[in-house]
Design a protein around this ligand. Structure first.
Ligand code: GDP
Length: 326
């Protein structure tokens, strides 16, 4: 199908066309890159007033249940919800924590929701780049609430934080020391901490966890955008406290827009996106060169036989092929 035709369908909200376009964008095949670039460029031209929400938390914390409840609330209010996932585990092993199970059953049947299992790729950076591009496509298809989900392991939170407006950390209460095991960086990135499973016997411990997290958040320096991260409790399964999370996100969007931080953050993310794409292109074009492929094998053999240090080999390869005189 021609790019323009596909874009027309995407703009009309056709989910199949959107899924096809994402597949093209995710593809590593050179023949797909050309059409993907045209699609992206045309989709970027479409103005959108979306909110991009990052959500993270350890497996089992209730991310899918939360997104399902939250997503249904959003579609009931007339929004269109897209859920994309970054799964660092899928780049390491073929398996994936996020992508494989049947998730968000009800939301996936909602005509105003689009759920895309996690992208796969060689590196987290590459996967993140593709996810960023998929956001653009979803927005062109009219999705105005974009969820980027990741598991709370590895480095993926930083990647997600770099492509969203609001970063939500989902936590559990009553799992021993509340603050243990949370990487400092993730707490620091969070715009809200939501303690899920605040139901049944858990209500009391969720409340005390809320107090504890609120106190802990005060220890961090104030954010550049003047936003004070909040702690909330909810029960995704009982659909309690979900509306309050949306109200908080709305307040965040409104105040950061008024103060200009919302747009400023997107601009800075665009610049990072540009650098990230340059890096990807350089890498791709470098390794695609026949001469590079030809020189790579002997250098690997030399490293194996201790004839050259990995450091020197890298210098040699790059210097030789970046220098036009050779
Ligand atoms: P994910 O791995 O973070 O996506 O977590 P899931 O959404 O798959 O939830 C893991 C388990 O926790 C499932 O058995 C859910 O039914 C359960 N769960 C999710 N949210 C809640 C909640 O608010 N309360 C209770 N009691 N259980 C929940």
């Amino acid at each position: 199908m021609q790019a323009t035709e596909l874009v027309k369908k995407i703009n009309a909200g056709d989910r199949t066309a959107l899924a096809q376009a994402i597949t093209l964008v995710e593809s590593t095949k050179t023949e797909h890159a050309e059409i993907a670039n045209i699609i992206l460029e045309q989709c970027l031209a479409k103005k959108s007033s979306s909110i991009r929400i990052g959500i993270t938390g350890v497996p089992g914390v209730g991310k899918s249940t939360f997104i399902e409840a939250f997503g249904k609330l959003m579609t009931s209010m007339g929004s269109k919800v897209a859920v994309l996932a970054i799964d660092p585990t899928s780049t390491i092993s073929k398996g994936s924590i996020l992508g494989d199970k049947t998730r968000m059953n009800e939301l996936s049947k909602d005509p105003n929701a689009f759920i895309r299992p996690s992208a796969s790729g060689e590196s987290l950076g590459g996967v993140a780049q593709k996810t960023k591009e998929s956001i653009v496509l979803c927005e062109a298809a009219g999705y105005n609430v974009i969820f980027i989900e990741t598991v709370g392991v590895g480095q993926s939170e930083t990647a997600v934080n770099n492509m969203v407006d609001f970063f939500l950390l989902l936590k559990l209460a009553g799992a021993g020391d509340e603050l243990q095991g949370i990487k400092r960086g993730i707490m620091e990135m969070a715009d809200a901490i939501v303690i899920n499973k605040a139901d049944g016997d858990n209500i009391k411990s969720a409340k005390s966890a809320k107090t504890e997290f609120t106190r802990a958040l005060h220890l961090y320096p104030p954010k550049e955008n003047e936003w004070v991260p909040q702690v909330l409790t909810c029960s995704a399964i009982e659909n309690k406290g979900i509306k309050e999370v949306w109200e908080l996100i709305s307040t965040f969007a409104q105040t950061t827009k008024e103060k200009g931080y919302f747009g400023k953050r997107r601009k800075s993310q665009d610049k990072d996106w540009f650098i990230g794409h340059v890096n990807e292109l350089l890498k791709k074009h470098f390794y695609e060169q026949q001469k590079v492929k030809f020189d790579l094998e002997p250098l690997l053999a030399d490293i194996e036989n201790n004839l050259i240090s990995p450091f020197k080999a890298a210098q040699q390869l790059v210097q030789k092929h970046l220098d036009k005189k050779n």
